[in-house]
Design a protein around this ligand. Sequence first.
Ligand SMILES: [Zn+2]
Length: 249
Amino acid sequence: MRLTEHVYLVGGGPFTGFGLTNGPDSHIYLIDGGGELALVDSGLGLDEDFSRIIENIEAHGFDPGSISTVAITHYHGDHAGGAAKVRHELGANVAISADVAGAVQAGDEEATGFAAARDAGIFPEGSSLEACEVDTALTDGDVITVGELNLEFVATPGHCAGHGSYLLHQDQGSALFTGDSLFWAGRILLQAVPDCDLGESLESIRRMASLEFEAFLPGHGSLAVNGGQVHAAMAKAEVDGLGVPKSLL
Ligand SMILES: [Zn+2]
């Protein structure tokens, strides 16, 4: 599904996505930098869904082998579980916050919340988190080159430790990939897990509201290809009034 001149949606499950894949995958975005491609998030990485992502990429006329980076917003399984598969099968570099690179490399199902999500029935019984080498450990302001485009890492912790968003600089207005740090109508996603931090989440809202972008591309649910800043402004207005934005689920 083409969203902007350079951004496509190539995966996402039927409950919080648009049914481009089957499982509990987050939205999976493809960036076309002209000859070089990148993914933002990988989904859970179930075999059948990984194949569908590949098919969706090919259906747009792209070679999945040209994916140089998979930029991960955060280490939860629905976003990062498939990173190892993308790395092994497509030869892409894996990029994620330096704060949590160790947990990803260790395949730590406790630290990443994978075990808790599986126990809660969010991830399928029998699923597991594959340990994944991290090629690029990111800190705030780092830039990943995707062909002629720049993808900037913006630290937005709160939903979980090491959460980051990505700001794609492009001529026709930037695109902000917010992962699970901000959703449609200024909602956030608080969960009963140890590394979810409300204070950090509210700080991250202020940060995102200070950025200039047109396309608002979160990890789940509705998105906007133009005028997307309104969603960050709604969350910031809530925070400015000393309120807490509603949680998505
Ligand atoms: Zn998610």
